[in-house]
Design a protein around this ligand. Structure first.
Ligand SMILES: [Zn+2]
Length: 436
């Protein structure tokens, strides 16, 4: 090692105060972290069925705010990773596998190289490949989306450039525990300000080599359900609105992509509203919440003290089978013959920030267990990731009952096994030290 590179390495080690593991090669060498971005409008042009509330049967009647697909592509040497944030409920009923088939065939990306995450807005088109049950407009939207997804990833991978990386964090009170306790001891969907909530806003910020902002990825735990089952206009809800608002605040072509944390039991402070309320002097609650979350993301960005010249990244994926239970019951009964339920997991690291994605709606305490056990300085929990199947509650909540428990496809022992597998993947990544 030459004296100059020794000095550079020493300086980069100093930069580790930012929480990122810097390598000694500097941004110009093969260890440079390359990032490319792309964002497209995916607002449906025709009326569509909207997913999230079983009681809502009619087609959408208009658009309040546009839906987007945001892609951040990473490359370092021969390693690739793509983080997709889509303004949709999630990839239910085989649509994740349908999207991945196309992505793998056209772009050669494998399951462990793609984080396909939805913001879980309940005001977006139902994704479906069910020719018999799906509405023709939704079938066409889903089919078209696969092509758009492939093209957008390709576009992001075509504009890779070396970046600098910073990590910031803060808190937001936009989300609140929704498992309201009734005097008779039962639990109902409502508002429980004393209940558990992971209020962390964690943000990774990537700058171009000249220091101008390129893309931010933030992670926060709340359902995007400020709009309820009487809303028929398309919207990214508070999370979609927050991302666009931060983009507007930062200006230029900067992209701000959301990942949703352990939010199975978390709703926005104002929830299931009939629509965007108008009236003199009135700011619709959904926009108010979106603005507040955007403000909290900006505060987290402003707390970044240092940017590292590069960061190692790596990823790994697995699928495990978890014990299932019948929907509609809280505790499985002896003798129930219920098949195991698969869970997709993906773990990634960018410097000393870990990512853990699951194809389930993870409840707060399950996410906390992963964050607590993670070997990385900070960890982003990504729910509704690489598929979607239902709620994953911690074992001790089953006796309380309530919506998330009764509709969960998983038996009480499932979350412990999922956490164990998540931590195995994260520790494997840490041990690998970025070497594939
Ligand atoms: Zn949900």
């Amino acid at each position: 090692m030459k004296a100059t590179s020794q000095l550079r390495c020493f300086l980069l080690i100093l930069v580790v105060v930012s929480g990122l593991a810097a390598t000694c090669a500097g941004a110009a060498g093969s260890d440079a972290l390359m990032v490319g971005v792309s964002k497209v409008d995916i607002t449906p042009e025709k009326p569509v069925q909207m997913m999230g509330y079983a009681s809502r049967k009619d087609l959408s009647t208009g658009v309040h705010d546009p839906l987007f697909l945001r892609v951040t592509a990473f490359q370092q040497g021969n390693s690739r990773l793509v983080v997709v944030s889509i303004d949709n409920l999630g990839f239910y009923r085989g649509t994740y596998e349908y999207m991945m088939e196309g992505i793998t065939a056209k772009l050669g990306l494998s399951t462990e190289e793609v984080i396909l995450a939805a913001i879980h807005t309940h005001s977006a088109p139902t994704l479906t490949i069910d020719e018999e049950e799906g509405h023709p407009n939704n079938l066409a939207y889903t089919k078209n989306l696969r092509g758009v997804l492939i093209d957008t990833i390709r576009e992001a991978e075509s504009n890779l450039q070396p970046v600098r990386v910073g990590v910031g964090w803060g808190e937001s009170a936009v989300g609140v525990n929704r498992r309201e306790q009734r005097p008779n001891g039962s639990v109902t969907l409502g508002r429980n300000p004393q209940g558990v909530h992971d209020s962390e806003v964690l943000v990774l910020d990537f700058q171009k080599a000249d220091g101008t902002p390129l893309v931010s990825i933030y992670d926060y735990a709340t359902h995007a359900t400020s709009l309820g089952n009487r809303n028929y206009v398309i919207s990214g809800d508070l999370i979609g609105i927050a991302s666009s608002k931060v983009e507007e605040i930062r200006g230029g072509d900067v992209i701000v992509a959301a990942l949703v944390g352990a939010s199975g039991d978390i709703d926005p402070w104002y929830r299931v509203l009939p629509g965007f309320r108008s009236g003199k002097g009135w700011v619709p609650e959904t926009e108010l919440l979106g603005q507040l979350l955007a403000t909290d993301v900006v505060h987290a960005l402003e707390r970044i003290e240092e940017y590292a010249e590069t960061a190692t990244f790596d990823s790994v994926a697995s699928q495990i089978l978890l014990p299932g239970k019948k929907r509609g019951q809280s505790i499985p009964e002896d003798g129930d013959d219920v098949p195991d339920v698969p869970l997709n997991l993906i773990a990634a690291r960018i410097g000393d920030v870990g990512f853990l994605g699951m194809s389930a709606e993870v409840l707060t305490e399950v996410g906390w267990a992963i964050k607590r056990g993670s070997p990385f300085d900070r960890t982003m929990i990504v729910t509704h990731c690489n598929g979607a199947r239902g709620y994953l509650p911690p074992a001790h909540r089953y006796k309380e009952g309530g919506y998330e428990i009764e509709t969960s496809p998983y038996a009480p022992g499932a979350a412990d096994r999922a956490v164990k597998e998540a931590l195995r993947l994260l520790h494997d990544l840490k041990r690998a030290q970025g070497e594939k």
